[in-house]
Ligand binder design. Structure first.
Ligand code: SF4
Ligand code: SF4
Length: 381
């Protein structure tokens, strides 16, 4: 018996004022004219409520680029969903924050690229760091009065892992309840920039020790969630808690996907909320059924005891790295194609150089100065 989904990931827009080099958005971004309207999102949230879903995660792009964000949050809250805003904070001031809280915002997650201003702006491809600090302080004040929960996200990689200790100290000053230390996932722009982002083994080992020490020191004050990057793990992650098992993602144009990268998979077509109901898509669509359960699994997954824990890993990673979505995730040490990941890791460790932030006052200058190192995420038309 198939359970209903637990949560909706609402990519309300792909527009974003930042250009993070680790962005996992697809290289082909959904254009502004195709975005779902306020009424269409409201209808989606009502359907989610009827399906008994619990959470709506507002993400993008930058959700604050939607001028109707307060209305969207209010509609999700009215449908009984716990609302979480995942944001860079650009586009938010105290007044707008208050309006979002009044609309029913339960939880806010702000991402930081680094603790050092120049490095943070270099990674984001935009001058955003100082504003984020001001905003984090405003949230803390707001949280005190209104009790919305506050998480800081820190995406880590080769270019910032060497000062992880300093970054954790910096975040501590912002007083979140939780810190998510997320190793870069290699999809979209991050995959295109992998050579500049994949850490060395030595960096990773040091980072694991720093996180363990911080967990002890901050116990009872700040919760730290951190996962080892799957290029260095023995087994892959249970991507999205398994294909079509827990989550539905709707992209800005209304396409319903089992995960944020699924559009790269050839031979699958994804339904749109403009044409089908969420309930039908969850139960009946060929895209959600394609990799659900175990029938699709090849060996070694099919006879592996871990298949009910990691579900054979990530289908998109299998396609992106091995060229075949139906094979065991190459991140798994048991996968026949694991050599692909081993060779990327070998290369990352052969050249241990870490780049230095390029000082620049504009995105164009940053782009010009860093063409050799990486590509900045662009914006949709
Ligand atoms: S560019 Fe940065 S802030 Fe914008 S969506 Fe991508 S990761 Fe998020
Ligand atoms: S063989 Fe398949 S099921 Fe087993 S650990 Fe690897 S990915 Fe998971």
């Amino acid at each position: 018996m198939l359970s209903n989904p637990l949560a909706l990931i609402a990519e309300v827009t792909h527009r974003c004022p930042l250009h993070c080099v680790y962005c996992s958005n697809p290289l082909e971004l959904a254009g502004t004219p195709s975005e779902l309207s306020t009424e269409e999102w409201t209808n989606v949230f009502q359907q989610c409520g009827k399906l008994g879903m619990l959470h709506a995660h507002f993400t993008g792009g930058e959700p604050l680029a939607r001028t109707d964000l307060a209305e969207l949050i209010s509609a999700a809250r009215a449908a009984g969903l716990y609302t979480n805003l995942i944001t860079s904070g650009i586009g938010l001031n105290e007044e707008r924050l208050q309006a979002l809280v009044d609309a029913g915002l339960d939880h806010i997650q702000i991402s930081f690229q680094d603790s050092r201003e120049q490095a943070a702006n270099w990674i984001a491809g935009a001058k955003a760091h100082t504003h984020k600090i001001e905003l984090a302080r405003a949230i803390r004040r707001q949280v005190g009065e209104k009790k919305i929960a506050f998480t800081v996200n820190l995406v880590v990689h080769r270019q910032n892992l060497d000062h992880l200790e300093e970054m954790i100290g910096f975040i501590e000053q912002l007083h979140p309840e939780r810190v998510e230390i997320a190793h870069t996932q290699y999809y979209g722009w991050a995959l295109a920039n992998r050579a500049a982002l994949l850490p060395t083994r030595a960096q990773l080992e040091k980072a694991v020790a720093i996180v363990a020490e911080a967990e002890k020191r901050l116990a009872g004050r700040i919760r730290i969630d951190s996962v080892v990057p799957d290029y260095y793990a023995k087994y892959p992650k249970a991507c999205m808690g398994g294909w079509g098992r827990r989550l539905m993602l709707i992209n800005p144009a209304g396409k319903v996907l089992p995960c944020h990268a699924a559009e790269v998979l050839p031979g699958l077509s994804f339904e749109n909320v403009r044409e089908k109901t969420l309930g039908w898509i969850w139960q009946e669509s060929s895209s959600f059924r394609r990799f659900r359960g175990e029938d699709w699994m090849p060996e070694p997954c099919r006879s592996c005891d871990r298949r009910t824990e990691d579900f054979g890993g990530c289908r998109c990673q299998a396609f992106l790295l091995a060229g075949d979505a139906t094979v065991t995730d190459p991140a798994c040490s048991l996968a026949p194609s694991h050599g692909i990941v081993e060779s990327a890791v070998r290369e990352a460790n052969a050249d241990a150089a870490v780049a230095q932030p390029a000082p620049a006052s504009s995105f164009v200058q940053l782009q010009n100065a860093n063409t050799e190192l990486w590509s900045y995420r662009t914006n949709p038309e």
